[in-house]
Design a protein around this ligand. Structure first.
Ligand code: AMP
Length: 241
């Protein structure tokens, strides 16, 4: 099963980890691959760094190179959770062609929906472990990571100016990907992500038709697959409000 996660950051990586372990398939986060290339000083890392620091997207050719490597590797034979790996229409097209060549396809898209104000708040108070990349909320840079003992740092692209740019880039370049998948008959499941981590995971599993062990509120009557906050934000912008 190949699942694409969309949404402008803030919690998506954590959800990707949880879904990957529940579904028994690896998480592939192009942001993590790029950050490790930057740390290792590879050619790909050098090419990507300045785009990443500004909160801009790195060129599609770099991303498609990464996706080609990972999707043809034995590690993704059973599938993958693709976290932040498809951020432009040319990337969606390129990945589709690449997968068709190896007899695979995207099964579902999960769109994590958070209010813009909440999103800016979350990103600007986030720190991440510089070693294992685990994100933390409300913990100061310089603290120790609970998982590996590494130091927590503020990502350059979580500074307020870069966050604003990332949101603008998301709207301009990534939102059209949602309709691209719908137009290509891939189901897009909208998940209200304005809730505690475990609840969001349960919502995602429920939407995928894989009930989590406990925690899923059966018969809550809430329709997860339509009309989320980001949809409303889009509608508001579209009507000029
Ligand atoms: P993330 O960790 O997913 O927030 O990604 C961090 C940064 O890496 C982004 O702001 C982009 O500069 C770059 N990046 C990661 N994935 C992609 C992608 N699919 N397309 C373009 N740039 C990407």
């Amino acid at each position: 099963m190949i699942i694409v996660l969309l949404g402008p950051g803030a919690g998506k990586g954590t959800q990707a980890d949880k879904l990957a372990s529940r579904l028994g398939i690896p998480k592939i986060a192009t942001g993590d691959v790029l950050r490790s290339a930057v740390r290792d000083g590879t050619r790909r890392g050098l090419e990507a760094k300045s785009y990443m620091d500004r909160g801009d997207l790195v060129p599609d050719s770099v991303i498609l190179g990464i996706l080609q490597d990972v999707m043809t590797s034995p590690a993704t034979k059973k599938g993958a959770i693709l976290d932040g790996a498809v951020r432009t229409v040319p990337q969606a097209e390129g990945l589709g062609v690449m997968l068709a060549e190896i007899g695979k396809k995207i099964d579902k898209v999960l769109l994590f929906d958070v209010d813009d104000d909440e999103l800016v708040k979350r990103l600007s108070t986030r720190t991440v472990c510089e070693g294992c990349q685990t994100p933390y909320m409300g913990r100061e840079p310089g603290s120790d990571c609970e998982k590996c003992g590494g130091k927590l740092v503020r990502r350059k692209d979580d500074e307020p100016e870069a966050v604003r740019n990332r949101l603008a880039v998301y709207r301009r370049q990534t939102e059209p990907v949602i309709d691209w998948y719908r137009d290509h008959d891939v189901e897009v499941l909208e998940i209200d992500a304005d809730a505690p981590v475990d609840k969001v995971t349960a919502r995602a599993l429920k939407a995928l038709g894989k009930m989590g062990r406990g925690k899923v509120e059966a018969g809550s009557g809430k329709r997860e697959a339509a009309g989320g906050k980001r949809g409303k934000d889009r509608a508001k912008r579209g009507s000029g409000k």
